[in-house]
Design a protein around this ligand. Structure first.
Ligand code: CA
Length: 372
């Protein structure tokens, strides 16, 4: 607490951003009312946004910052994938039955406004599924171009969920593949929605590799950060290839911190390999609102990796970046130059700490990618 007061007293700008952001977020406070009662007295459209606030307040805030034409498609894209994920995460459903539910999800959504009873492992998720007909009707009102994107990504993600129900992440290649299904596809889908809106038209958005890497960068950052939390819940997302040669079991890294740091830094360097692709993608965006929507999470990710590098606390708890830093990005990032400068600045700081020289190599790509 004292450290925080001292920090902000010497960084008044960040503190002011923090207040502005708090005000912005306050507008999207989820209703106290349960979704089931909200469902009975709201239109389908209102329900979708109320549901979004309940299941992801931060996403509800960022969606409002998108151009009007994209808000509904992106909101429904999110809610539908959330619905699919709710099925996947419900461990009370029989595995065979679940696979069928996932693989038929998109197809059903195009035929009928269905609901699912007693599916979901939290109250909000169960309520969402109980009124999923409202989400589907709104989806069916979208322009066909948007519907096609959402259907395609939902189908591809369902395939990935079924694939990883039987597989674990062993090699770095598996890690990329797993992250492709859970996050890369979201990046690919968002790019296609931007193109469908005609607000963006760059060939870089048609390039699935670049969009995929945008998602991979965010997902890998989360996976690296969440080590201790995932371990507590018996989940393993760090690829074996990174740690199996050093320890028998992933949790042993908590006791052997020097090995833990080696693995941690190796994973961070792997994630940072996506930075040049992220820059290439961001540079091609024309619409300022779309740009901010894409750039802010990337900046938060690289700032997080900066915080995690060489940091043994990651082995024991969830390390986060300062709220003031989030607020600064949130309130002040408007253009590509600013974002690239921030990326380069952080990579320079990291390259000084990195003894492998790999971060310097990434940094040199950051200066040259636009000429390739
Ligand atoms: Ca899941």
């Amino acid at each position: 607490m004292i450290a925080r007061i001292l920090y902000y007293s010497s960084h008044p700008q960040e503190l002011s951003y923090l207040f502005q952001m708090k005000k912005e977020f306050a507008q999207f406070k989820p209703s106290e009312e349960r979704l089931t009662s909200i469902a009975s007295n709201t239109s389908d459209h209102e329900f979708c946004y109320e549901a979004l606030k309940k299941v992801s307040r931060s996403f509800a805030v960022v969606i409002q910052q998108l151009p009007k034409d994209l808000q509904d498609p992106v909101c429904l894209f999110y809610l539908i994938l959330r619905g699919l994920d709710t099925v996947e995460d419900d461990m009370s459903i029989d595995q065979k039955e679940k696979e069928q539910m996932l693989i038929s999800f998109a197809d059903r959504m195009n035929k009928e406004a269905f609901i699912m009873e007693n599916v979901g492992d939290t109250q909000d998720y169960r309520d969402l599924m109980l009124h999923f007909d409202k989400v589907i009707r709104e989806y069916q009102n979208l322009a066909p171009g948007y519907q096609q994107v959402i259907t395609d990504i939902t189908n591809r993600m369902a395939m990935g969920m079924n694939k990883y129900a039987h597989l674990s992440v062993v090699s770095y290649e598996d890690w990329d593949d797993y992250c492709h299904y859970v996050a890369g596809l979201v990046g690919i889908g968002l790019s296609q929605l931007f193109l469908a809106s005609s607000l963006e038209d760059s060939n870089n958005l048609k390039n699935e590799t670049l969009s995929n890497e945008m998602g991979l960068f965010l997902q890998k950052t989360n996976i690296i950060r969440d080590y201790a939390e995932d371990l507590e819940q018996d989940r393993v997302f760090w690829p074996e290839e990174a740690w199996k040669s050093r320890v028998e079991k992933l949790e042993e890294l908590q006791k052997n911190e020097s090995k833990g740091i080696e693995v941690l830094n190796e994973l961070i360097i792997n994630a940072l390999q996506h930075a040049p692709a992220c820059m290439e993608y961001l540079e091609s965006l024309k619409n300022t609102q779309v740009f901010r929507f894409c750039a802010i999470p990337q900046l938060m990710a690289i700032a997080t990796l900066r915080e995690l590098f060489n940091n043994e606390n990651v082995l024991h708890k969830n390390v986060k970046i300062r709220k003031g830093k989030t607020a600064k990005y949130f309130m002040s990032i408007t253009n590509f130059e600013q974002s690239k400068n921030e990326f380069v600045k952080i990579l320079q700081e990291l390259s000084k700490l990195d003894r492998t020289g790999k971060i310097s190599a990434i940094l040199s790509k950051m200066h040259t990618y636009e000429n390739v």
